[in-house]
Design a protein around this ligand. Structure first.
Ligand code: NAI
Length: 328
């Protein structure tokens, strides 16, 4: 198949080429998909997309007119694809439902440990010869209550790790998960979970129902000084309300791997440019906020699995007209 890979970074190329072993004809497109770049896929059978590619109706129309029949997503989430437009245009969509839940769960734990023990501040202090401990006080994770919003694959991997730390586990999910219950996790309505947890970690998908799930009212339900971690999708948090909660001291720590407006920032080296997003710039000023640029998935194991599953979707589509893991 001829595959146009959008948002193609050197690491995408490395893992996809290794998985393909010469069986596909790739076009590497550094640009993100949008209505103006979509024509670069002309003549391709599949467009391979990542999370910040804008697969809106206008872009999909150009892709379909250029001969694309399959959208091969290199992600689990598909909130960036206009599903109605894709169906209207007869575009099949394949995704990577699971590549390494542990990769994202472990990253969430890295954010918790860094924020709690102020490793981000200690790192700089020690390099400057400042060995004072003031301001670095943390707390034992052992015995603390952790609330997990979304107990799917990543939430379950996260629960397993936190159980090892000796944490008490609470969960909220419309679908209870027997594996989590077996780990000792107790399900609660969201407001109750928020009121009880010392740490809240979000692992649900972004849907119309979860957009701004963590709004001012829900942030107000959290324990004063609690920690909030989001490695899922930025828009699940109402960022303006989160900033108000940080300023008032209600929110004690914030760890983010995702951000509402991240498509204008993440995955690019913008170190020589002025960041125009004032909300993001404000977030960077808090000492108790730690932000990573959507790197939860970025491990050797996950990248290999993403490449393998993406190409399995393409191969099945070429054979049977449907990807192996279709987006329903
Ligand atoms: P999953 O589909 O296995 O689990 C999601 C869970 O969320 C399901 O159990 C579902 O019932 C639950 N859920 C749905 N609506 C909910 C609500 N209103 N409240 C609470 N729970 C709700 O998905 P998986 O693989 O665990 O991934 C979760 C999310 O993590 C993805 O949707 C994606 O947005 C994000 N992600 C982030 C990555 C990163 O690099 N930071 C990488 C991969 C995924």
């Amino acid at each position: 198949m001829r595959i146009a890979v959008f948002s193609a970074k050197p690491y995408d190329r490395r893992f996809l080429e290794a998985a393909a072993r010469g069986t596909h004809d790739f076009t590497w497109i550094e640009a993100r998909l949008d209505p103006s770049t979509a024509r670069l896929a002309e003549g391709s059978d599949a467009a391979c997309l990542f999370v910040n590619d804008r697969a809106d109706a206008a872009a999909l129309e150009v892709l379909a007119a250029g001969g694309v029949k399959l959208l091969a997503l290199r992600s689990a989430g598909f909130n960036h694809v206009d599903l109605v437009a894709a169906q209207r245009l007869g575009l099949a969509i394949g995704r990577v439902p699971a590549y390494s839940p542990e990769a994202v769960a472990e990253h969430a734990v890295a954010l918790i440990l860094t924020l709690n023990r102020n490793i981000h501040r200690a790192y700089n202090r020690v390099r400057e010869g400042n060995f004072a401990l003031d301001g670095l006080l943390g707390f034992d994770l052992h015995g603390r209550t952790v609330g997990i919003v979304g107990t799917g694959q990543i939430g379950t991997a996260f629960a397993r790790i936190l159980r090892g730390f000796g944490c008490r586990l609470l969960g909220h999910d419309p679908q209870e998960n027997a594996d989590c219950i077996a780990l000792g996790l107790a399900y609660r309505p969201l407001e109750e979970l928020l009121a009880e947890a010392d740490i809240v970690s979000v692992h649900c998908p972004l849907t119309p129902a979860t957009r701004h799930l963590m709004d001012a009212a829900r942030l107000g339900c959290m324990r004063p000084g609690a920690m909030l971690i989001n490695t899922s999708r930025g828009a699940i948090l109402d960022t303006a309300a989160v900033i108000r909660a940080l300023k008032s001291g209600r929110l004690g720590h914030l760890g983010l791997d995702v951000y509402e407006e991240e498509e204008k920032l993440f995955f690019e080296d913008l170190s020589g440019t002025v960041i125009a997003d004032d909300v993001f710039a404000r977030l960077l000023t808090f000492p108790n906020v730690l932000i990573t640029g959507h790197q939860g998935f970025f491990t050797e194991e996950a990248m290999r699995a993403i490449a393998d599953t993406t190409l399995a979707n393409v191969a099945r589509f070429a054979e049977m007209g449907q990807p192996l893991h279709p987006v329903a």
